[in-house]
Structure formats: C-alpha cells, structure tokens
Unconditional design. Structure first.
Length: 295
C-alpha cells in the first residue's frame, strides 16, 4: 500500500471515529438558546447574533480540525484596519449572517458555523456549517473585539451575545442614557440586579452598526462592563457560558420590563441606596459604589 493510500485510509478511519457534530453539547446549547431567544421576542427576523469560543479538544471529538472547508473573509471591516491576531487558532461557533434564530434548531448546519481564526489576519477557516454557502454574522468583528477585551479582564470569558430585548430597548426612549442613572434605575427594580450585574451597564449613543467604529467602542466599554446597551438598537452581553450570558441579559430585561410597567405611575415604594449597599455587601460583590447616592 502506497503512502497516499495509507493517508486516505487513515482519513476514513478518523472520520468513522468522530461523533455526530449535531449531538455535540455546544451545538445543542446553541439550538436551545436561539430558539428560546426567538420565542422571547428578543431576536426578530435575522436580528441578533452569538459567538461562543469552544475548547479545541472538545471540538476534535466531532470534527477533523485539519479539514478546512473554505476560508471566509471577515465582513464589515476594511482590510488592514482590524487585528484579531490575539485570537489566532481560537475556534468559535457563530450564528450566520441573514439567518433567523427560529430556524437554527431545525437546521443547525445551515444556520450555524464553526470557524477557526486563521493566522496572520487571513480570515476564518470554516470547519463545519454554513452548508448553504453562508458565512458568519456581519457583526463578528465587533464580537471578536469584545472577546479580546473581555479575555483581558476574565480569561474564562467565552461568549458574546447581541440581541434586541424589547423592554430594554423601550427604556432607551424614555430614560436618560447615562450609565450611572440607567444602572441605578435597573438596580432599584429587582433585588437581584446589583448581585447579577454589580459593575452596572455600559451605554453607547446610537451608532451605525456593522462597522469597526461601533465594534471598537463596544470593546472599550467591555473593559468595564459585561453588558453594553447600543442606544435604540439592542445590547451586547458577555460571559463565561451561554447560560451566564443569557441570564445577564434576561435580568436586565426583567428590570427594564418592571420599569416600563411602573414609570408612568406614582412611586410609593423602592429599594433604597442603603438597601442596595446592604445587598451587595451581603453577597460580597464588587459593585460600583459611585453609582449609589450615599452620604
């Protein structure tokens, strides 16, 4: 048997030994999460996108990491103006551009892709997915910028989610877009809020999406916050797991909903700043003390 025959045989044996990628926990998690977010109304049409950094060893149980299907250029960035070399070799599962969250569970291979960041800023190596010729979300450069910013703060950070939660978006139109005031209002709405996001929420003014500029601005905010509001657009949330990141957005959205239900009514009761301080100290969270009005 010649060398090429042995190589082909080895490739076939490897393929037989790999598990079905659709049964991988990270694929199943993405399917459940996207379906849930669509059901909640946070990601209408093709609104919203998710990127989740995967463990290479876990991916290798399902895919031949030497088999690059094609190389995908990064969308929404000008050549030479975005450096993601810090993420070279990292593997992500990412929602596709123009794809609807409601369709992911039914056909994950067309609506999701697993990509590896190529060396020397040479785009993304497709390892699985986008079976209809698709590509990553156009917001991926903003995601990668946020991943790089969050990894400097928390080396365990693996997830970035962009979505359009209804009440959080509605609150943008009736509340001052000031980080301290916006955060303070959210903290007052639910006892758990100061525990779930003790650092508060960051806010950007309205900016054109899909550009380097908004990605850079979001990443800068991500140095201090795990959740950033894009005014009159949606939010960017980050975390160690899909559950944690979803839970962060979910908590902000619940607080926003309570605010929207009560903002036109007389306020009789509230959680005081002294009580917010008491909660934060009891749960031993590092909260933004300058966001409270204490003497």
């Amino acid at each position: 048997m010649g060398f090429m025959d042995e190589l082909k045989k080895a490739g076939k044996e490897l393929k037989r030994s790999l598990m079905d990628i659709k049964t991988a926990p990270f694929v199943e998690e993405m399917c459940r999460l996207t379906a849930n977010m669509y059901r909640l109304g946070w990601d209408e049409r093709n609104g919203g996108n998710i990127s989740y950094m995967l463990d290479e060893k876990e991916v290798a149980e399902y895919l031949d990491l030497n088999n690059v299907i094609r190389v995908i250029p990064l969308m929404g960035v000008e050549e030479g103006k975005f450096d993601c070399s810090a993420l070279a070799g990292k593997i992500f599962i990412v929602t596709g551009t123009g794809k609807y969250f409601k369709n992911v569970q039914e056909d994950p291979e067309a609506n999701l892709g697993i990509v590896r960041v190529a060396e020397n800023n040479k785009g993304l190596e497709l390892l699985w997915g986008y079976s209809d010729g698709g590509r990553t979300t156009s917001e991926l450069p903003a995601h990668l910028m946020c991943h790089m910013a969050r990894l400097k703060v928390d080396p365990q950070n693996r997830v970035v989610i962009h979505s359009h939660p209804t009440n959080t978006l509605a609150m943008n139109y009736v509340h001052e877009l000031d980080e301290k005031k916006f955060t303070h209002t959210l903290w007052e709405m639910c006892t758990e809020c100061i525990v779930v996001f003790p650092e508060g929420v960051g806010i950007l003014p309205w900016m054109l999406c899909g550009t380097n500029t908004i990605g850079e601005a979001t990443a800068e905010k991500m140095s201090d916050y795990r959740l950033v509001v894009w005014a009159m657009h949606g939010v960017y949330g980050s975390g160690r797991t899909l559950d944690e990141t979803f839970g962060l957005i979910e908590t902000v959205e619940k607080a926003s909903q309570i605010y929207m239900l009560t903002c036109n009514l007389p306020r009789i009761n509230t959680i005081t700043d002294a009580q917010l301080k008491e909660i934060a100290e009891f749960f031993k969270v590092d909260y933004r003390k300058d966001f409270l009005n204490l003497k």
